[in-house]
Design a protein around this ligand. Structure first.
Ligand code: 4FV
Length: 250
């Protein structure tokens, strides 16, 4: 059972999403558990405040250290240990990608700290000794959507969550290339035919076609990934040596 703990000011945002669809099924099947903790429940502020003005001036508000540290300590006391990974959703972090999803899918438990407002008092990040993780170079209003995106991406790699584990082996990024185009019934739609090769039953030819489509699509849409692929698959792109014709011995 994988355990994902989420520290947030909006626990219902997390609960409402993870109980649906694949993550919802995985939770029901006991393959994973997602528990959201409301940071506001831990504030000692008489007015239940969790944020305040930034020292040195500047726009917006910052989340205060005390409620965050006490919420974290409550989780550690509840599970009896520091979670394997303590991740802070922030634009200043290591960019989340499929490689990182595979890495995190191997962890028994992960804590996601979701910020809000302009951010969090630096001392809370030091005390929790967080890893900064970003889902992309843009600014969100809170860390909840990044945490949900990561939980979705990680949970589908957990054994048993997807009905057939094979389905995430051949997909975008699994081999560094974008996925090939896919088709299902009907065979013809508004004069648009499914490529004949896919109806041939010749699996070798189908795999070759799919790989070729992945290469072309990656070259066109993600030249950065294509360069990396070519660099790490030099043999595949080495100029084919002309077949040496064997001399006919008299
Ligand atoms: C973000 C991102 C992100 C910054 C201030 C929440 C917001 C607010 N997190 N990838 N991009 N976070 O924009 O992870 O606290």
């Amino acid at each position: 059972m994988k355990n994902y703990y989420v520290m947030t000011l909006f626990p219902e945002m997390i609960e409402n999403v993870v109980r649906e669809s694949i993550s919802g099924r995985a939770i029901k099947a006991g393959l994973m558990n997602v528990e959201a903790f409301n940071i506001r429940d831990y504030t000692k502020d008489a007015h239940n405040h969790v944020d305040d003005y930034p020292y040195g001036g500047g726009a917006g508000m910052l989340m205060q250290v005390q409620p965050i540290v006490d919420c974290y300590q409550h989780i550690v006391d509840q599970i009896g240990h520091r979670p394997a990974r303590v991740l802070f959703m922030s634009p200043q972090g290591r960019t989340f990608d499929q490689r990182m999803a595979e890495e995190l899918a191997a962890e028994e438990d992960i804590l996601f700290l979701c910020g809000h407002y302009e951010g969090i008092d630096e001392r809370a990040l030091e005390i929790l000794d967080v890893e900064h993780v970003s889902i992309g170079d843009y600014i969100l209003t809170g860390g909840e959507l990044p945490a949900l995106s990561m939980i979705d991406s990680i949970s589908r790699l957990v054994h048993g969550v997807l009905n057939k584990d094979a389905s995430h082996e051949i997909e975008s990024f699994s081999d560094g290339l974008l996925e090939y185009p896919q088709y299902t019934r009907p065979e013809v739609y508004e004069d648009r035919r499914v490529p004949a090769i896919l109806l041939s039953g010749d699996h070798k030819k189908v795999d070759e076609w799919r790989h070729q489509m992945s290469l072309e699509r990656t070259k066109e849409r993600r030249p950065d990934l294509y360069e990396a692929y070519v660099a790490s698959h030099a043999k595949e792109f080495a100029p084919k040596k002309p077949k040496r014709r064997r001399k006919r011995t008299e």
